[in-house]
Structures are given as C-alpha cells and as structure tokens.
Design a protein around this ligand. Structure first.
Ligand code: URA
Length: 435
C-alpha cells in the first residue's frame, strides 16, 4: 500500500502509534522531498502534543541516525563521548576532552555551533587562530589513534534527517519536548561511533529545561534511549540558573578553559569539569568509580597533563599552540569595555543565565541569523556571582565589545538580570545523577 502522509499525521494527532515501516516511509519522504515541510511540521506538532511510545522513539532515533554516514571505529578503540544540552558560559568540553584523554580515555566529539542564546563549542574553538573544526572521517580517526582525542563540527552527511527535523522544530515551537530532544541528541551520538556517553543536562533559565522535573525527565530519557542501543551512559543534571564560570563569550571561554587546564580558573567550572570527566573515566573503565575518577581528573589538571593534551589537540587541528603561554596576546580581544555596577551593598542573590546569553548574542558573540558572522572577541565577565558580597559601585557584569550599537542592544537584556539581597540561598552546581 502507498504511504499516505495525511493518514500518518492523523494517526499521531489521534494518539496512535506508528510502525517501523511507516516511520521508514516518512523519513524517506522527508529526505527525498516528497513529504513537504508543512506536513512534517504538522506531524511534529502532533508528536509534540501526543508523544512517542518507547518503540516509536527507538525507531525514530535509529532512522534519524541511519539517514546519512556514520563514524565507525575498529573494535580496539572504545570511545567515550560527552554531551551538554546547552547553556551559557559552558566551556566544559574544551577542558573535559583533553582532560579525559590525558587520563587514558579515548574521546571523540562531534560538536555544534551556538544555538539561540546558548554557545557552541565549534564557535569557541574556532576563535583559536588556525584551528580546523571540520575534520574528514579519515583524519578524525587517525587523530584519535595518535593522541586519543579529536573534535569536529557536525558535517551535513551525518544524520542529515536530524538536521532537517531540527530546523523545522526550531521554527514551529516544537523544540522543548523531551522525546524529540532525546531522539535528536541520541541519533547524533550514535553516528559519532562512541560506546558510552556522559550527558550534562542543564537545568535553569539558561537551558532548554527550565525546571528540575523536566531536566530529570530528559536525563532519564537520554539514558534509557542510549541503553536501548546498547550504549552505556550516565547523565548529570547541572545548574544553569546562572552562567558557568567567570567568562561568557567565545575567545573568553577558551581563555577560562586554559586557566582551568593550568590547575586554576573559577571553582564552579573546575568542579563541573572534574565531575564530568570522573563519569567518563568510570564508564570507560579508566576508574573504578566516580570518586576515583574525580581524584584522577584533579591530579591531571594540577600536574599539567591535561594542558599538554590540549596542546596536542590544538596542534593536530592546525591551531596556534602559543595561546597556551600567551592567551591574551593571541586570542581575539575586544577594543572597548563597559561595567555595570551595583547600586547598593549586599549579596548577589540571582544572576540570570538567559539574560547574559541573550546579551552576549546581542554584542555579536552569537548569531541572530544562521549565516551571521560571530565576533569572537565579544565577551561578558561576571565580576560577582550568586552568594558574592558587593558594595555600592562595585562592577557586577562587565561587557567587552567592538560596536557601540551592539552595546545598546545588549543593555536591553541586562536590566534586572541580577538581584542584590541581604543574603542568598546557596546554589548547588550538580543537582542530580541518573545512570
Ligand atoms: N540539543 C540537540 O542536539 N537537540 C535538541 O533537540 C535540543 C538540544
């Protein structure tokens, strides 16, 4: 029988379940253009409202992954991957990738560009002069063999159906649905070829999941979907109510990552990097459990092994390794700065991650349109964070920028982005773990 797209949409609209062969026909039609975008969008809304059962979710994920090329690695290479659901100031991949490799794990990473107000690892690393972020499959594999880690942007050949669904979800109000996000993420992990994944599920104003309950649901969905494909995984649920670390912005986050790799940097960035690396070492068998993993990871940050591995990674991908000794001379820096000051004395009780992310985007550090050029130097420094004491006149947020018009746009996002009170509720960075 011919595949009937109208009946397919109606079935989901009325709460029915699709068979594997129906999904195959649907995805084939989406890819060859015989299913127009308006019908795919209608199905997405039906799936958003009525959900997918476990069988459907596995089927849909597998078909998204199978829609293009896949990396596969010889059996002797057991790769572990780390994925963040996206946040503001989240530079953990820059640290964790060389850190886990320095501790013996083999790590491959396919990363994305910034999306909306949240930053992307590809943009951050591209702020390093010369750094190549589109590696051919052969180069990716030989780099992993040589130095134990590689990172590349997603190519159009990998899970192209996922890319198509993602673009439609972005413009049809169908992004924040746990099952659709899980299918999107896990399909991309499957094509990356790793055997185990560590998910960092962000929770708060600067994340797709704003509350603990929905972040927990997404974490559970990612772990159980990975399991259905025979992959080991663990998810940390982490705070994204305020940005991570001290710096937000592409080149500035590379700078902060280098500080952490040198054994310094802000305490929260280091804590999360160590925690994520600990999970990677535990699931890949390089530590007996997360506590041992954390001890191994901390030692590799403090004794310079992680920094050395980062130098190898940058060199292998054509980047300027001088940034490690002279980051402030080599990384792009903005010409102007402007500080926003506290009007009164007290303790910072809120610092809104979403507002900071939007402000950075307005400064030119992110994109309004897909093909916008990024200003890698645009940055925001958080001079005080939740729990810090400030006096009247102290800088809380400092903006670094090149274009005065953009400063005005950024300022619109920042009014009310922090609060000062008598005291602040202590924030916890790691809110939960699901395995
Ligand atoms: N990140 C993804 O890769 N996909 C989503 O759907 C949301 C966040």
């Amino acid at each position: 029988m011919m595949f009937n797209m109208i009946e397919f949409i109606e079935k989901k609209r009325d709460g029915g379940s699709h068979s594997k062969s129906e999904f195959q026909e649907f995805i084939r039609g989406v890819m060859d253009g015989s299913v127009p975008d308006y019908q795919t969008a209608a199905w997405l809304m039906a799936a958003f409202l009525n959900g997918l059962d476990d069988e459907e979710l596995s089927c849909f994920t597998e078909l998204l992954a199978a829609s293009g090329e896949r990396y596969s690695f010889p059996d002797d290479i057991r790769i572990v991957d780390k994925h963040s659901t996206g946040g503001v100031g989240d530079k953990t991949t820059l640290v964790v990738l060389p850190l886990a490799a320095a501790c013996g794990a083999v790590v491959s990473k396919l990363s994305g560009r910034g999306l909306g107000f949240s930053g992307g690892t590809v943009d951050k690393l591209e702020s390093i002069p010369g750094m190549r972020m589109q590696l051919e499959a052969g180069e990716f594999l030989s780099q992993i063999r040589n130095i134990g880690c590689a990172i590349s942007g997603h190519s159009k050949e990998l899970a192209p159906a996922e890319g198509k669904f993602y673009r439609l979800r972005d413009v049809t109000g169908t992004v924040p649905k746990v099952q659709l996000i899980a299918a999107s993420i896990v399909s991309k992990k499957l094509v990356g070829g790793a055997c185990g994944y560590v998910f960092d599920v962000k929770c708060g104003s600067g994340a797709f999941m704003n509350d603990r309950e929905s972040a927990g649901e997404l974490a559970a969905a990612l772990v159980s979907l990975s399991k259905r494909f025979g992959r080991k995984s663990v998810a940390l649920i982490t705070d994204m109510e305020e940005p991570l670390g001290e710096w937000v912005g592409n080149a500035a986050e590379v700078y902060e990552a280098i500080e952490v790799l040198k054994g310094g940097g802000p305490a929260d960035t280091r804590e999360l990097c160590v925690a994520l690396c600990a999970q990677m070492l535990a699931i890949s068998g390089h530590a007996k459990d997360e506590d041992e993993g954390a001890a191994i990871a901390s030692a590799a940050l403090d004794d310079g092994r992680a920094l050395k591995k980062f130098a190898e990674l940058i060199k292998a991908q054509g980047g300027a390794t001088e940034i490690l000794e002279r980051p402030l001379d080599i990384l792009p820096r903005a010409q102007k700065s402007f500080a926003l000051k506290s009007e009164r004395e007290g303790v910072v009780s809120k610092l809104d991650a979403r507002a900071i992310g939007e402000a950075l985007r307005a400064l030119g550090g992110g994109r309004m349109k897909v093909d916008d050029r990024i200003d890698y130097a645009a940055a925001i420094r958080l001079r005080a964070k939740t729990g810090d004491k400030v006096r009247a006149g102290d800088a809380v947020v400092e903006l670094f920028y090149n274009d005065d018009n953009k400063l005005a746009d950024a300022m619109k996002h920042l009014s009310g982005c922090w609060e000062i009170a008598e005291k602040a509720r202590p924030r916890k960075l790691i809110l939960g773990r699901i395995s």
